[in-house]
Design a protein around this ligand. Structure first.
Ligand code: ZN
Length: 244
């Protein structure tokens, strides 16, 4: 069974250069090799002042990406709950909720979206990766939520594989920029050989949407409003990448 807890341990450079060890998810190869410092820095600058209704209408027109083929992979599912964290909602439900919101927003932009799962079902890691190849995805996006021994760890991280293509890296960077623009804390781009990133030939990223081991972040990630904000940023980043 794949669970975040069992999948691996990854060493990451945390905010401000402090070394932190946290459990990742998504089926990365087990490794004790330290990750390089995140490529785009680690800490989001203070975000813009958020409007009182962050999920309300946005003034800017949506960037259209007609014909873009995006595969969205909601992490875990079925008998695999993913991280249980300290909140009331298991990772598998949060990943599906965010994945659905990302898909909806991408379809609004004209993209063709394939969901690896759209219900509470178990899919193997190789089965997920195979969807990327089968649909010749322009981008494969795996959605997860993090867990750490250090309860204070917070923030989103966008992973690419250690030998990621320039396309994968560019997509990750656009998503990190969109998190910052949306006032969502981000640890930047990380590198890890998650199975769902290395078992197919298409550009791919794995987005950790925050830490379920942190009480505040677990609570936020359990709300539809925050799931929508995270999804909006991911969709924005994907659209910026596809429109490059
Ligand atoms: Zn996960």
């Amino acid at each position: 069974m794949e669970t975040c807890r069992a999948a691996r341990t990854v060493v990451a450079i945390a905010c401000g250069g402090m070394l932190g060890v946290f459990a990742g998810c998504g089926g990365a190869s087990r490794t004790l090799e330290p990750l390089p410092p995140p490529i785009l820095g680690t800490k989001a600058p203070p975000g813009p002042t958020l409007p009182s209704e962050p999920s309300g209408p946005r003034p800017k027109p949506l960037r259209q990406i007609p014909g873009a083929k995006i595969v969205i992979d909601a992490g875990h599912g079925g008998l695999d709950p993913g991280a249980l964290g300290v909140g009331p909602v298991p990772e598998k439900r949060i990943t599906l909720a965010i994945a659905r919101e990302v898909a909806r927003r991408l379809r609004e932009r004209g993209a063709s979206v394939v969901m690896v799962r759209d219900s509470d079902t178990f899919v193997t890691l190789d089965g997920r990766a195979a969807v990327a190849d089968r649909h010749r995805a322009d981008l494969f996006v795996s959605i997860h939520a993090d867990s750490a021994k250090r309860a204070s760890a917070t923030g989103t991280t966008v992973y690419v594989s250690r030998r990621a293509s320039a396309q994968s890296l560019a997509a990750a960077q656009r998503i990190v920029e969109a998190f910052r623009a949306g006032g969502i804390e981000t640890r930047g781009v990380g590198r890890a050989n998650y199975r769902v990133l290395v078992a197919h030939s298409r550009p791919g990223v794995l987005v950790e949407c925050g830490f379920l081991s942190n009480a505040g972040e677990a609570r936020r990630l359990s709300t539809a409003a925050y799931q929508a904000r995270v999804a909006e940023a991911i969709a924005d980043g994907i659209a910026e990448y596809m429109a490059r």
